[in-house]
Ligand binder design. Structure first.
Ligand code: B12
Length: 260
């Protein structure tokens, strides 16, 4: 039997639908691992509540395999359960990013030959956000996961303002340097603070008449291109982003806007 209940021996289809279940230790077993915290002291009641959480997630045969007290009134759980509703691969809508991945030599050459000066990039982690590692991974020479940051390219002049930068200071710096691109990092997302910070920046750039002069990019572990566009950004980059992906996007977008 296949995961959608069809018996391949007796049923023939012109083009079978491609469906998939999570893999635990054999094809189609649907096993998943989840982890979460409940605001309950560790004990039998918390464990039963944990199993209920997993049932509410649509998992069958929920098992709590680890429960660890987090102080006197919270418990952290790890559970295993089965997901029996498959993902229909033929119905997936996959957002394709509207830019192409380029290698660093091509990026440097394009900017040298078509713009004749480096692209000016100003970056910051804004608001109260003190996380700099993600922004540095994209901007600093050293880069991330063996991929050099924008500072390593002759195509970019990078000003990294660091963390806890006020939106007004970032906008002032972008104006002073006549930046081509503004890059913002938002890592903390508690109470949707990233949404309010990012929205306030767009509003400020618009109020200052600068929004159309810069390519506006945001990034962070809970950001996506779709969310960024919804918030009024030109592009957004999520977890695991490599600097060369950002470099590829920036060079294509800046050169397109300059018409060169
Ligand atoms: C290191 C760290 C810290 C360090 C930061 C040091 C530093 N200089 O950055 C310190 C100790 C200071 C810290 C403090 C806090 N932290 Co902290 N921290 C982390 C930790 C462990 C790692 C983050 C990290 O560096 N990841 C590695 C980088 C490379 O990944 P990244 O940030 O996702 O960046 C990549 C992409 O997202 C993207 N990207 C990111 N930014 C940008 C920007 C652009 C323009 C682009 C294109 C791409 C891009 O590209 C990067 C490379 O791929 C995470 C937990 C975790 N494992 O993720 C918690 C975490 C982020 N912290 C958290 C919290 C809550 C805090 C504090 C509020 C704790 C507290 N109560 O004081 C404070 C915040 C203080 C503040 N005012 O901001 C939470 C955030 C929860 C949430 N959803 O909001 C996390 C998730 C921990 C947790 N599970 O609770 N933290």
């Amino acid at each position: 039997m296949t995961v959608d209940g069809a018996n391949p021996a007796t049923e023939k289809r012109e083009s079978p639908r491609r469906k998939i279940l999570p893999y635990g230790d054999r094809h189609g077993d649907g096993m998943v691992q989840v982890s979460f915290t409940l605001e309950l002291p560790d004990g039998p009641e918390a464990e039963e509540a944990g199993r209920q959480v997993m049932k509410l997630m649509g998992l069958t045969d929920p098992q709590i395999v680890s429960s660890e007290p987090l102080g006197p009134s919270f418990t952290f759980f790890v559970g295993y359960g089965k997901l029996l509703r498959p993902v229909d691969l033929d119905n997936l809508k996959v957002a394709k990013l509207p830019w192409e991945k380029l290698d660093p030599e091509t990026i440097n050459k394009m900017v040298r030959e078509r713009l004749g000066r480096p692209i000016i990039v100003v970056g910051a982690a804004t608001g109260t956000d003190a996380h700099t590692i993600g922004l540095d991974a994209i901007l600093n020479y050293k880069g991330y996961a063996g991929d050099h940051g924008l500072e390593a390219y002759s195509a970019f002049r990078v000003v990294n303002m660091g963390s806890q930068v006020e939106n007004r200071d970032l906008v002032a710096k972008a104006r002073e340097l006549r930046a081509d691109a503004v890059l913002v990092s938002q890592v903390v997302t508690q109470r949707n603070v990233h949404i309010s910070n990012l929205t306030a920046l767009v509003e400020l750039l618009e109020a200052e008449g600068l929004r159309d002069d810069v390519v506006l990019v945001c990034g962070g572990p809970r950001l996506s291109h779709a969310l960024a566009v919804e918030l009024g950004y030109d592009a957004g980059f999520g977890p695991g982003t490599k600097p060369s992906e950002v470099a590829s996007y920036l060079v294509q977008e800046v050169l397109k806007r300059k018409g060169v």
